[in-house]
Design a protein around this ligand. Sequence first.
Ligand SMILES: [Mg+2]
Length: 129
Amino acid sequence: MSESARTLNVFFDVDHTLVYTTHEQSSLRPGAHEAMARLKDAGHSIYVWSAGGQLYSERTVERFGLSEWVDGCFDKHPRVEPRPDLIIDDDWYLVEKYGGYCVSQYKEVNESDRELLEIVDKLAERGDL
Ligand SMILES: [Mg+2]
């Protein structure tokens, strides 16, 4: 376990960031487990939030086996506590607002997608991992 200079509250969006969901299926973006594990190993806190609500966020976390890394689930409320230090989202407007990293919309199953891991690499490069 490495010790970074500061601990961050990292917020993951659900739809089109962590998962792609249709009526028939729901798929987790590749690298989600590893990205969260690396963030936790560095001492950061991980939260999952969605405009679909807290319960939807919780169900997504349980469904895809992310519970061991996730510290909390929330509705996407502008005054959420704890405060996000960094968000990972497909909505550029929100990334501008809170700070963080914008991902392309995960809108089809793509096993070669590496965007979540690339974000973790960027955090490592800037000294936060
Ligand atoms: Mg989204």
